[in-house]
Design a protein around this ligand. Structure first.
Ligand code: CTP
Length: 404
């Protein structure tokens, strides 16, 4: 496991050196990021010596010294390369900036670019901790799903006794390490996921496609990798970065997607067909650009291979999850797709509404099961929907095992 340890500028910053060591003792690789205020309390060199890695100090500092490293885009790489973000001490100022999405230094930009679990260990003066502004910020961060490791009561550096002292570094490390072994419920599974649209050429310069962005399929791939699965992502043309830890195979057409799926099918224990595959294509594409004429033009298209239907025929004991994009009769159409294509579950997606479905960051779907049971998932970020889909996949897997 790789973790970013963000250190805020408070007197407790010196305890983060012990935290860095405690995390490393639990097998976690630590990348330290110091805010500029933290660097007033403890030097980058201390952390560089402890972790054996360069320490990142600030977004635009461009320091050339050996133990510091920074660039304007590096926060994206740091966010992608790490599995957890731990911020200790999280000062009142940092909590406020995180809660309100400020992006004015390396740590806050990394936070915004990071999609994994976030652990915040606040430390500050008791009155600052108890102030409604801080408590409101903490409640925003809790609602966002972050783990708040509450400060302890005790004698503080400022001389007052009360809550505000950084939690024990060993205890913080224990919580982070415990979390990394949790939730690996897809370990041992190889999940083949298709995502995005397909592009069907009409001639060397034109194609037909659809509005799928690939965001749902990519969110599924990320969720599956986080939960320990081996993931093969077969992707149509999309504008998304390749998810870390996933084998990505890029395709354009439905036929290419079908061939890639069949080539990797033997490895897969679960197949999730989130791609919006074109149903029709030109089976003989002209070699040269079609010229404009004054007369009307019509296209005669042939059906593409129905990949999901073929998967249903070759199902064996693998779990098969289809998607159904509908503009009406959502559940009924999804159930009939489930039956005709021999799926275990269909994720039914009402497309053509504002803010969900194609192109959107959010989705609202209904999971339709073989039993006819339907599970509506309220509108949520695609990342959360992906998690709920895999929760259901695990239940299906368990019920199939029990039935054997
Ligand atoms: N699908 C597929 N191959 C195709 C078309 C669709 O594998 N040639 C898969 C999609 O990946 C999705 C499911 O079939 O998992 C349903 O796709 P959808 O477009 O909703 O349904 P179709 O089967 O194409 O039926 P229709 O367009 O008539 O609703």
């Amino acid at each position: 496991m790789n973790a970013v340890l963000g250190v805020g500028g408070g007197i407790a910053a010196y305890k983060s050196a012990e935290l860095a060591r405690a995390l490393m003792e639990r097998g976690i690789r630590v990348q330290v990021v110091l805010t500029s205020a933290a660097a007033q309390f403890i030097t980058p060199l201390t952390f560089a010596a402890l972790t054996g890695r360069k320490v990142i100090t600030d977004l635009f500092s461009n320091s050339s010294s050996e133990e510091t490293l920074s660039s304007a885009i590096e926060h994206i790489a740091v966010a992608q390369e790490n599995d957890a973000l731990v911020i200790a001490p999280a000062t009142a100022d940092l909590l406020a900036r995180l809660a309100h999405g400020h992006a004015n230094d390396f740590l806050t930009t990394t936070y915004l670019a990071f999609t994994g679990p976030v652990f915040l260990a606040p430390a500050m003066n008791t009155n600052m901790w108890l102030h409604p502004a801080t408590q409101e910020n903490v409640s925003i961060l809790k609602k966002r799903g972050h783990v708040i490791i509450e400060p302890e009561e005790g004698m503080l550096a400022c001389g007052i006794t009360g809550p505000g002292r950084l939690a024990d570094p060993q205890g913080i490390a224990e919580i982070v390490a415990g979390f990394s072994s949790l939730g690996k419920d897809l370990e041992g599974e190889t999940i083949l996921i298709t995502a995005g649209p397909t592009q069907e050429p009409l001639d060397p310069v034109r194609y037909i496609s659809n509005r799928s962005s690939g965001k749902m399929g990519y969110a599924l791939a990320e969720a599956a990798v986080h939960r320990g699965a081996n993931v093969i992502l077969i992707s149509g043309p999309v504008q998304l970065p390749e998810p870390r830890g996933v084998s990505v195979i890029q395709v354009h057409t439905a036929v290419e997607m079908r061939d890639a799926v069949m080539q990797h099918l033997a490895e897969a224990s679960i197949v999730v067909k989130a791609a919006a595959v074109a149903d029709y294509h030109l089976s003989r594409v002209p070699q040269h650009k079609v010229k404009k004429t004054a007369t009307r033009m019509s296209l005669e298209l042939d059906p593409t291979p129905d990949i999901l239907a073929e998967l249903g025929q070759k199902k064996a004991d693998r779990l098969l999850i289809g998607f159904a994009a509908e503009t009406e009769n959502l559940t009924r159409s999804a159930l009939s797709k489930l039956e005709s294509k021999n799926c275990d579950m269909v994720v039914a997606n009402l497309v053509g509404q504002d803010g969900t479905g194609f192109e959107s960051d959010e989705n609202e779907v209904v999971l339709v099961l073989r039993t006819g049971e339907t599970i509506p998932l309220a509108r949520a970020p695609k990342r959360d929907i992906a998690g709920r889909i895999f929760d259901q996949v695990i239940k299906l897997r368990l019920s199939l095992h029990a039935a054997r």
